[in-house]
Ligand binder design. Structure first.
Ligand SMILES: [Zn+2]
Length: 410
């Protein structure tokens, strides 16, 4: 049994409650044993390792509900030039950056396979705890079909990473089963076209209502949740009506879609930062020709609709889509969530408590409370007075995952 005490910090526990100054957290092995004012803590009479937070801010490990640990920009030509193994070595660095940014849990929206998750769980590499979707379901010509108009197919599949293109109810059923067999914790489905894909537009719906129903029924047989990449209103409504659990991106949300989301308690993952970076890249010539138009027009539409959704009371969990953009900028999303109306405390909660609920892991992570896993971030700066400061990894002084230090700048 090992004890570990973090003290001399201000506590922001992720529940949304006001901060507590002169706080301490006592960790026993992987779990939090006490959290609260330091002067109410009775220390056990054993040897305790102590860390002085030096007046910093004690926060829960952050959760990114949508990223791609295995991706570095989704440049199609990479799959032509890079040997498969190179993607895995690059992912080691992607994971290090993610953790250094203060993110201790992620939900991977596609490309990370079961071995990537195992490598972290076995301690072979440092990385966030993860839920993986392995590979997103896509229709032929849809957002995850990498067949180019030249006739060249850029698709990758390999043992442990099945091809995910499917059409029609029977095909869709078999693909969900294959992806679950490959170790998926969550099923990801492309419900509309996307911004960076070659053959579709974000407005257009993909998969029929009948196909959605089968996808959801199959995923539920193993108690899995379904995350739907969805930009266009029709695709969002198809997916929500069928019973998916979270809408990713949500660009063209209209009033009807917002009402449906509210009624069914669906989570919205805005991924504002990727829309922003895509627009900046498009302006500077950094995007493929077929992506530029979509990227330029979409950012302002998306932001306006996210403001509407926030005002209507839609539950938002923080997600970034890092991998489409660079890794390690995850917590810059918090500042963008404040730009659409959240308070800094709400933004923090969306990336901690709410995100944990979105993943179905609220019993073990998301807030700093006794009995939960000791995933803790110590920030040098006060995120309530400067939310953007959290987006700079230099301000993240220490990161603990399950009571173990995985970043130490103290
Ligand atoms: Zn994504």
């Amino acid at each position: 049994m090992t004890y570990f005490l973090i003290h001399n910090g201000t506590l922001i526990d992720g529940t949304g409650k006001p901060p507590v100054s002169d706080a301490a957290i006592l960790i026993r092995d992987d779990f939090i044993e006490y959290v609260g004012p330091e002067d109410s803590l009775k220390l056990p009479g054993v040897k305790i390792r102590k860390v002085d937070a030096d007046g910093g801010f004690l926060l829960p490990g952050f959760i990114d509900s949508h990223l791609h640990l295995m991706a570095n920009g989704f440049h199609m030509e990479d799959t032509m030039y890079n040997p498969l193994s190179l993607f895995f070595y690059k992912a080691v660095e992607n994971m290090r950056r993610t953790v250094n940014a203060g993110v201790t849990t992620v939900r991977d929206g596609g490309l990370a396979d079961y071995g990537v998750k195992m490598a972290v769980e076995k301690g072979l590499i440092i990385g966030p705890r993860m839920q993986i979707s392995v590979t997103p379901l896509s229709i032929t010509g849809g957002h995850f079909d990498f067949w180019l108009k030249s006739g060249f197919d850029m698709k990758i599949s390999y043992p442990g990473f099945p091809d995910s293109i499917c059409d029609g109810v029977e095909d869709v059923r078999r693909k969900v089963r294959e992806i679950m067999r490959a170790g998926a914790d969550v099923i990801k489905v492309m419900a509309t076209g996307g911004v960076i894909s070659a053959n579709d537009s974000p407005e257009h719906p993909q998969f029929s209502k009948e196909e959605f129903k089968v996808i959801i029924d199959e995923a539920r047989t193993r108690g899995l949740k379904i995350m739907a990449h969805a930009h266009g209103a029709e695709g969002i409504k198809n997916a929500v009506e069928a019973g998916i659990d979270s809408v990713e991106h949500g660009t063209y949300l209209d009033r009807e879609a917002i009402d449906m989301i509210l009624e069914r308690g669906v989570y919205l993952i805005p991924t504002l930062i990727t829309q922003k970076y895509n627009r900046i890249k498009a302006e500077s010539g950094g995007l493929a020709e077929y992506s530029v138009k979509d990227a330029l027009r979409i950012e302002s539409i998306h932001r306006k609709n996210m403001e509407k959704a926030y005002q209507a009371g839609v539950t938002m969990a923080m997600g970034t889509d890092c991998g489409v953009i660079e890794h390690g900028v995850n917590l810059q999303e918090l500042g963008l969530l404040c730009e659409i109306g959240m308070t800094p405390m709400e933004a923090i909660t969306s990336a901690t408590k709410v995100a944990a609920e979105c993943l179905g892991w609220q019993d073990k992570i998301g807030t700093l409370e006794a009995g939960k896993l000791a995933d803790i971030v110590i920030s040098k700066t006060d995120p309530l007075s400067d939310i953007n400061s959290l987006g700079n990894p230099d301000n993240i002084r220490m990161v603990l995952k399950e009571g173990k230090i995985i970043k130490d700048f103290l």
